[in-house]
Design a protein around this ligand. Sequence first.
Ligand code: ATP
Ligand code: LTN
Length: 340
Amino acid sequence: MFGNLERKTAMRSKVVFSGIQPTGTIHIGNYFGAIKQWVAGQDDAENIFCLVDMHALTVPQDPAVLAVQIIDTATLLLAAGIDPAKSRLYVQSDVREHAELTWYLSCVGSVGQLNRMTQFKEKSEAQKGEVRVGLFTYPVLMAADILLYRTTHVPVGEDQKQHIELTRDLALRFNATYGEVFVLPEATVPAAGARIMGLDDPTKKMSKSAPGSYHAVGVLDAPDQIRKTVMAAQTDSGREIRGDSTRPGVTNLLGIYMAATGRTQSEAEAHFANARGYGDLKKEIVDILVETLRPIRERYDELVRDRAVVREVLQRAAEQLRPTARATTDAVKRAMGVGS
Ligand code: ATP
Ligand code: LTN
């Protein structure tokens, strides 16, 4: 379809950026909602993937644990198929322009805009102690992440769509006030797996920070653990395997099945039309998840032996990204009339 040159031009103009917090246990929601898309799209664009350690600081963290989790999460992403030859994988705080651009954008956005963010409402209510300023301005830092690199596409789960809308709003406001500096990004959300719910409570989003050992399947869980968690998943009364709003438990399990197999809802329902009950659905999901996650776990076990290699990947990527981040921030400063 594309000639060589056109292909290169098309590739140059598509810039994919996404981020993940290096905290907690990476689960199948993160995998099917985000990471799988990142890996699959690596040949079609310029790709930038960021471990957002500054976002992690918006809630209390133990410094020693956070430092280890940054490297562990990077290792997991490499094990899942992020290829340093095709994508830049780096740590947010290693490129200081993220913080700098956040300030300029926070002088463009309004408190009212941030007050409308549903994730802030949920996370601030869950906070037992005081709510930090950074938790409130979190979406502005996220907008800076995206806008620094002239990003066109942001592959994320459903829960992040509102933040990307805000990013677009900030970019539009900035461009209208100060001149065209920013490219407007769009969210790309997968057809299946964009919002996987907790296995212990299918009315709550599966989340790294939720407590309970039966809440989520971790990407690195051993087969036995996967079996225990899936078999314990909350289901609904009845036996019919059909997804609808009156059956959140089965709907969630079918969603996981669809995300893992690429089947549509009607294909999935047809496949289970003769099943004897929810046990059959669960058993099949266990087998599929074990096989999907096995290569990631095996590769992780190899890579984790050499943290120095992972650190080098992260540092090289940050070095390669700095000039673009600097150029964008300088253009912003010029447009706003600051600096000497
Ligand atoms: P936390 O509970 O710490 O906020 P999280 O599980 O929401 O963590 P993030 O690091 O915030 O994870 O998200 C990384 C990516 O995974 C984002 O693109 C997000 O949209 C996606 N994601 C998170 N949870 C789910 C889920 N339950 N289903 C689908 N995608 C998800
Ligand atoms: N807010 C996101 C993580 C994140 C992100 C980003 C995602 C930070 N910066 C830029 C996409 C693009 C989250 O909590 N999942």
